[in-house]
Write a protein that binds this ligand. Sequence first.
Ligand code: NAD
Ligand code: DAU
Length: 348
Amino acid sequence: MKTVLVTGGCGFMGSHFIRLLGRQGSWRVVNLDKLTYAGDPERLQDIQNDARYQFVRGDIGDRQLVHELFEHERPWAVVNFAAESHVDRSILDPGPFLQTNVVGTEVLLEAAHAYRVDRFVQISTDEVYGDTEGREPSLEDSPLRASSPYAASKAAADLICLAYRRTYDMPVLIVRSSNNYGPFQFPEKLIPLIIRNSLKNQELPVYGDGGQRRDWLHVDDSARGFLDVLRGGRPGEIYNVGTGSLRTNIEIVREICALLAPRGGLGLDGLLSRVRYVDDRPGHDRCYEMDSQKIRKELGWTPEVTLGAGLELTVQWYIDHQHWLEHVVSGEYQAYYDAVYARTWQKK
Ligand code: NAD
Ligand code: DAU
């Protein structure tokens, strides 16, 4: 049975990917996760006693720990989800983004090279292409024009992966995904934040004019894309993963309000009256649009969850799991929230 080392598996996307691997039956999974504010083992509670699953708490930037893990586990493949993932936090403090996203990725690559893994899948983002407003949708060989410290750190990680490919002939694959949503997403991100604030009768913050456009992809669809690349992607290649269908942020906020309105006391007008246009995010990209024909043609991937159905399921999931929402905001979340929504961008 092949061992796959998944990093950041206690996060939002990594946990869905591990559950998908588990359903395939033929993999053993080692999950290396530091458990930052964003990591929560409860996301994988249903498989924690599965003999094919093992959790290791640790930092991908810890060279000694990573080498010992490779020596012990001899993984067939690495899928690197571990990252600082939130743009607003990278504006408040870029340092941890460079440490984990760049240095951490290099530490994993070095070990993967030393222990000759068969595949190294780097989970990347459409944000590395920068703002596509007024441009053609990004192709895999479009220039990297990262805007935020987060995006720059992910672009740097992609480049170090490609350097390992070219220099050491490593079997590196990169998947660049658009915005994910679905169950178990940390409520600093737009969709769960708007759902939680609505459920708590709080303000619904919309950055700038709310006209920025994003390509929302259900996390089950992205997980299938990552698995397709792990199984059948060509080493050295980059694959974009997105639906190709964009919505403005204010459209998303209105759709969430429309889904919640029949379930609460405020009604649609009451919920919409909670919308507050706040100062824009510095350097905010208007649009991320990718062309993902390559993964569709080469690997047969296609998104299966429509945004309408996916949002409805997601809203219902958060209604049913409010205890989880409150559990994950019980730590530093309020201090983070106060710092970001003060819009002064001062590190506390
Ligand atoms: P997340 O913030 O929910 O989870 C990140 C996980 O990584 C957490 O479990 C955290 O504990 C762990 N982690 C952080 N630093 C670590 C370190 N130094 N060592 C080990 N573990 C560490 O992130 P997510 O939204 O699930 O994103 C996963 C990956 O996908 C990231 O690489 C992100 O850049 C990328 N991505 C995310 C999206 C999105 O919409 N969320 C879209 C495209 C790409
Ligand atoms: O595009 C892929 C990226 O998507 C990933 O690489 C990142 O890891 C992930 O965090 C996400 O980044 P975004 O910045 O696009 O996600 P976020 O949910 O923070 O914001 C989505 C949009 O909504 C963005 O235009 C900013 C806006 N926004 C966000 C929040 C939290 C608001 O208007 N109000 C808010 O309160």
